[in-house]
Design a protein around this ligand. Structure first.
Ligand SMILES: NC(=O)c1ccc[n+]([C@@H]2O[C@H](COP(=O)([O-])OP(=O)(O)OC[C@H]3O[C@@H](n4cnc5c(N)ncnc54)[C@H](OP(=O)(O)O)[C@@H]3O)[C@@H](O)[C@H]2O)c1
Length: 307
């Protein structure tokens, strides 16, 4: 089968021909219909995540996938060949950008017929992270205000919609055509971050979802109300800095969780949009990877199983 791999940190990804993997006990083999890229794939390739996710080479890229079950390993119940599924593999395992992927059965979520394989592949990491950060970590609720940075990005596009659904007021940052996208997804206020200082446009915010880090994170403390919450998925917040501003701050480390994934899949089935930057055949994975690395994507970059 074909697989999109790297042979070392910093090495350009290439399409290799490899054996179809065999599912071990507790695993299933999925015939991948679609996969999506994430900034994580780029950070893994660059070696930035070695301390958290040490890789073994050659490493098969990709953790978000959808498809049908091809074969079931020993000790797996409740799943059978032909089932439509969506899943997130562990980053150290990767393997989504291939014709077949081995997935632990406890990470599988059933995919309703109403969601295409392409849209499904865009859900796991981005939607799961948005959900974990907003609700499980920051405790966002009805009537609160949230500032979401990078509202036209993979995580931000889901975060805007989830936050609106629980009855929060949503401000988001974006630029260029991302502004109209963030508005369409439901943001009450979109701040053109390249031309406007977001700290002058919002104040007394209950929650900030920081997807950027650095100076954006540092300035975000100014817009929080006393006792507000900064949840960063980009860089660990400085606790002393947070304390000095009278707010709480936490780094959110997205962990795969099939229950959470099932929840966000249900949201998509009920109408939440998977913002798609582009859908390309897997044979164009190298170009797609470079586009992901640009940091300019408008939502998810999807790869269909066409090698
Ligand atoms: N901690 C975790 O577990 C976890 C999980 C998921 C993601 N992440 C991280 O979270 C970050 C966001 O992920 P993602 O999937 O949403 O990325 P993404 O889809 O690549 O985000 C791209 C978007 O970011 C926008 N952007 C770039 N700089 C910006 C700025 N200064 N202010 C506002 N918007 C800006 C871009 O808009 P413009 O082109 O208009 O600038 C673009 O639309 C990444 O660093 C990713 O690695 C962490």
């Amino acid at each position: 089968m074909k697989a999109f791999r790297i042979h070392g940190y910093g090495a350009d990804p290439v399409i290799d021909t490899v054996d179809v993997p065999r599912p071990g006990a507790g695993d299933v083999l999925v015939r991948v219909a679609a996969a999506s890229l994430n900034p994580l794939d780029v950070k893994l390739q660059r070696g930035y995540m070695q301390a958290f996710f040490p890789l073994t080479f050659p490493y098969m890229l990709g953790s978000d996938l959808s498809g049908t079950i091809e074969a079931v390993g020993d000790d797996v119940s409740g799943w059978r060949a032909g089932d439509r599924v969506v899943a997130r593999t562990a980053p150290t395992s990767g393997g989504a950008l291939a014709e077949f992927a081995v997935v632990p059965a406890d990470q599988l979520v059933r995919l309703p017929d109403t969601i295409s394989f392409e849209r499904a592949a865009g859900i796991p990491t981005a939607a799961g992270t948005a959900w974990q950060a907003l609700f499980e970590v920051a405790g966002l609720g009805a009537g609160q205000t949230v500032l979401i940075h990078a509202g036209a990005g993979g995580v931000g596009s889901f975060a805007i919609q989830f936050a609106r659904q629980v009855g929060a007021r949503v401000a988001a940052t974006a630029s260029g055509d991302g502004i109209a996208i963030a508005e369409r997804l439901g943001a009450d206020l979109v701040i053109d971050y390249r031309n406007q200082d977001f700290t002058k446009r919002v104040s007394d915010v209950d929650v900030v979802l920081d997807t950027i880090g650095g100076d954006t994170q540092a300035r975000s403390y100014e817009v929080l109300r006393a006792g507000g919450f900064l949840a960063s998925i980009a860089a660990p917040p400085d606790e002393a800095f947070a304390k000095a501003h009278g707010v709480e701050a936490a780094f959110v480390f997205h962990r795969s969780d099939a229950v959470r994934l099932a929840t966000v899949v249900d949201k998509v089935a009920a109408g939440v949009e998977v913002l798609i930057d582009r859908t390309v055949p897997s044979r164009d994975a190298v170009a797609a990877f470079h586009h992901q690395a640009s940091g300019r994507a408008r939502g998810k970059i999807l790869l269909t199983n066409a090698w």
